[in-house]
Each structure stands twice: as C-alpha cells, then as structure tokens.
Write a protein that binds this ligand. Structure first.
Ligand code: GDP
Length: 196
C-alpha cells in the first residue's frame, strides 16, 4: 500500500472517547518494548507517528491514527512490564479488552512478538482471549535483523509450534531494514477489503 497520509486522531482511555467512525480498523498489540511503535512507523513511512520510548510501559492509552483516509490503526498499550503496579496492570486489561470486545469495525489484530523469544505468559493469555472472541490475528515476528537467516528459520518454526500455527502463517519483520513491510501490508489490505 502506498501511504499518502497518516494522521494522529486521538488518544482515549475508554469506549466513551473512541472516535465514532466506521473505517476498517487494525489494532497493534505486544509486550512493552517489543517494537510496536517502530513497526507502525515503518508501515506508514514516518519516524515518530507512534511514539517510540525507552521507558517501557509508559503508553497507557489507546491511540487512533487514520491512514490514507481509508483505514484506522489503533496502537494499544504494551503489557508485561514488570515494574508496573498491579493496579495499572488491571487497568490495562480493562482498557484493552474493552476496546477489543466493543469495536465492531475491528478487522485484524497485529500481534507483535520478538523473533528472539518464546511467547510469554502474557502473550499466551492475550492470544487465547482473542481466539475465544473470534478475532482475526496475524503474528509478526519482529527484530529479525538481529538474527542470521538460519536462526530466523529455527525460531520461526519454534514460535509457530508454540502458537499452533504453520510456519507460513507468520510474518517476519524488521523496522531496521523494513523487511516484511510489503507482506504485512498485503495481510492488512486483505483483512480490510470489503469482501473479506
Ligand atoms: P514498543 O515499546 O513496543 O513501542 O517498542 P519500540 O518501537 O519503542 O522499540 C523498542 C526498542 O527496540 C527501541 O530501542 C527500538 O529502536 C528497537 N527496535 C524496534 N524494532 C526493531 C527492529 O526491527 N530491529 C532492531 N534491531 N531494533 C528494533
């Protein structure tokens, strides 16, 4: 997809403040520091549309962006940062599940995982929850530039087994080299097309 415009729309704490529109929507989830902001910025060719941060766990809002005036990207707060107090973790769950449950125009969740790690307990819980709510997921394994091609293949296979998906259902990605960008856009466009 050729991105001609990408605008920040708003940040919201709950349903009441979500933008009231019916554009097809794609949500991005992942543990803190996994590379979610970098992935969004790479997709839309911008340096700082989604805020990258060296303070994991900082973003605790649902951020909405409009892309090409034809679809929305939603940056959901990252999870799994150990230093966050329990009350904040509970708030996260309510906010993220509230969004995911209530959003009729949601077409796809992009679940971002680090190619170098087994999915965590938090990742597994969210995946299980998404599956039980019949929400379509694409799994993206990011930071592949940190691995050799052989290591990428081994890890992809392992993570695929862990998730119960085939090797081909995973998208390898790098925000550094932009590897996988076109493939991920194809998945997003497919999920957002009117007849999908
Ligand atoms: P977020 O907390 O999930 O939004 O993660 P960020 O996008 O802020 O990235 C966290 C850190 O990982 C930053 O230091 C990024 O520069 C780095 N990073 C993100 N994606 C990649 C990638 O594909 N390759 C490499 N080498 N580093 C990455």
């Amino acid at each position: 997809m050729k991105v001609t415009s990408a605008e920040f729309i708003k940040s919201a704490v709950d349903l009441f403040y979500y933008p009231d529109d019916s554009l097809p929507e794609v949500a991005f989830v992942g543990r803190s520091n996994v590379g979610k902001s970098s992935l969004i910025n790479t997709l839309v060719n911008r340096k700082r549309l989604a805020k990258t941060s060296n303070t994991p766990g900082r973003t605790q809002l649902v951020n909405f962006f409009m892309i090409n005036k034809s679809l929305s990207f939603v940056d959901l707060p990252g999870y799994g940062y150990a230093k966050v107090p329990v009350s904040v973790k509970r708030g996260w769950k309510a906010m993220v599940e509230g969004y995911l449950e209530g959003r009729e125009n949601l077409r796809l969740v992009v679940m971002i995982l680090d190619i170098r790690r087994e999915p965590s307990g938090n990742d597994d819980q969210l995946i299980q929850w998404l599956r039980s709510n019949n929400i379509k997921i694409v799994f993206v394994l990011t930071k592949v530039d940190k691995f050799s091609r052989g290591q990428v293949n081994i890890s992809r296979r392992k993570i695929g087994e862990h998730l119960g998906v085939s090797y081909d259902e995973l998208v390898s990605f790098s925000a550094k080299t932009r590897y996988g960008k076109d493939e991920l856009w194809r998945v997003i466009e497919g999920a957002c097309s009117p007849d999908s």
